[in-house]
Design a protein around this ligand. Structure first.
Ligand code: GLY
Length: 289
């Protein structure tokens, strides 16, 4: 099987850090593809690609995550493999790379999802130190838009949110697929809010048919279980046709990257913009469109 890696750097209404995001996506693609090219696993490749974007302050994940309404950063992340393994953390604080903690949940525990301060405690037990993910840019943004009236502002915040969430999907030389995702969530969210990213079958899903991850309006992605829905559609449709039907059917802003067991990929969005990239033996492509 010819390895392929696809990443996204978020979908939304209002892009920011466009050139920086293009560089970050390119770096994530290179870092993940080195692993695939040398015979490494899809899981290692997608986790590495997401770590690169979490470490980059221009993405809403890890360092660079957006603030909630209380000025705190709570992050969600998850990983899943085509043989059905899954791990996630939600509303985790003060860690550098939530996706690495999600992988530990998958590989070191009998659980699938650990949340809140106990997710942070779990990270410490697994040897991950304390890290403040607040960048000067996101602190400034929080101060500018801080409002006691969350409920009247939530749509405005959603529009301001820009391109958020990062994710990666891959197939390796053995035909194994994996997906990883990470996010700081919705700008100005209520404390304890969890989006679609760590919810199996919603923002992330994989099975023997394919692997997928979403970006965009998390509550709606979650409510409609888009991850499970689109992977099941691979029984009847090629990836491109599956995502086309999804975009036709659901009337809210989202972005999606999908790969099937033959290594065919689809990238699509109903949001105004999406940042994405793909790499394989055929070459590398990075777009914000
Ligand atoms: N799609 C990311 C979130 O809503 O948290």
């Amino acid at each position: 099987m010819e390895p392929v890696l696809v990443v996204h750097g978020g979908a939304g209404n209002k892009p920011y850090f466009i050139e920086e995001k293009k560089d970050g996506i390119s770096n994530a693609l290179e870092a993940g593809y080195v692993i695939l090219k040398s015979g490494g696993s899809a899981l290692d490749a997608v986790v590495k690609a997401v770590v690169v974007m979490e470490d980059d302050p221009h993405f809403n994940a890890g360092y660079g995550s957006v603030c909630g309404i209380d000025g705190q950063i709570e992050m969600d992340a998850s990983v899943m493999t085509s043989d059905g393994r899954f791990g996630a953390v939600a509303a985790i604080k003060n860690v550098k790379n939530p996706v690495l903690i999600a992988r530990k949940v998958m590989e070191e525990t009998e659980h699938h999802l650990i949340v809140g301060e106990n997710a942070t405690r779990f990270a410490r037990v697994m040897g991950f130190g304390s890290f403040n993910p607040l960048t000067p840019e996101q602190e400034k943004r929080y101060r500018e838009y801080k409002s006691p009236s969350y409920y009247s502002k939530v749509d405005e915040f959603r529009k301001l949110y820009g391109l958020g969430t990062v994710g990666a999907i891959a197939i390796d030389k053995n035909g194994d697929m994996a997906v990883a995702a990470s996010t700081g969530g919705l700008f100005m969210h209520l404390p304890g809010r969890v989006g679609d990213t760590p919810i199996i079958g919603a923002g992330i899903y994989a099975n023997a048919l394919g692997a997928v991850t979403f970006t965009g309006f998390g509550e709606r992605i979650m409510k409609n279980l888009l991850g499970k829905v689109v992977v099941e559609m691979l029984k009847d449709f090629e990836p491109y046709e599956a995502v086309r039907r999804l975009i036709q059917q659901y009337d809210f802003p989202f972005g999606v990257i999908l790969i099937d067991k033959k290594g065919r990929t689809a990238i699509a969005h109903s949001s105004r913009y999406m940042a994405w990239g793909t790499i394989s033996r055929k070459g590398k492509q990075v777009e914000i469109e």
